[in-house]
Design a protein around this ligand. Sequence first.
Ligand code: SAM
Length: 214
Amino acid sequence: MYEKLRQEMVRQQLIRRGISDSRVLEAMGRVERHLFVSEDLQQQAYNDCALPVGGKQTISQPYMVALMTQLLELKGDEKVLEIGTGSGYQAAVLSQLAAEVYTVERIRDLSERAEALLTGQMGIDNITFTVADGSIGLSRFAPYDCIIVTAGAPSVTEGLIEQLKPGGRLVIPVGNRTSQILYQIRKTDSGVEENYSTGCIFVPLIGQKGWDAE
Ligand code: SAM
């Protein structure tokens, strides 16, 4: 049943809305999204919406995961940083498309649950989990080919750009605490280039270069 719902999700929510990167479509057709939500929400896992994952946090809408992943322009050999592990779903999709994934989460319980599922249960071996304030990036493993921020930031900080390799891509929602614009930012020899933007709604990025905790 979930396999059918997943392929339907890929067709109706992703392809019809213009997601065209075949590797992203294949990865999202493979990763079992229903495993990333609690049992009572599994039937809704392939719906066109975000869902709660505990700690007032969410697993993002499938289309938003696909769009952000497509904007990273992954070919397979990249080192990627994800800020905001949440359920681990986005990290699982990235693990299929890049060589190494580093994911950072400020809520320990979410990080530990995601690690148990991805590394323990699913046997994925190219993701490194860290509990920390990712609003300042994760300098320990920098530089990255790509950085994806899956929470809404007040601004694009220099620190994140510094942790990118030349030619690297940063995909980040920037705006206020409740609504943002999604940017794809490319690091160039002369600075940065903004390539894409659309409206989106993410939970706030909380931390030193993010918003204050409420
Ligand atoms: N990528 C996630 C997934 O696939 O389920 C969804 C992420 S959820 C929309 C945003 C996540 O960012 C939350 O889990 C939240 O705790 C986390 N977060 C917020 N501020 C953070 C920070 N400064 N550092 C790391 N994680 C942060």
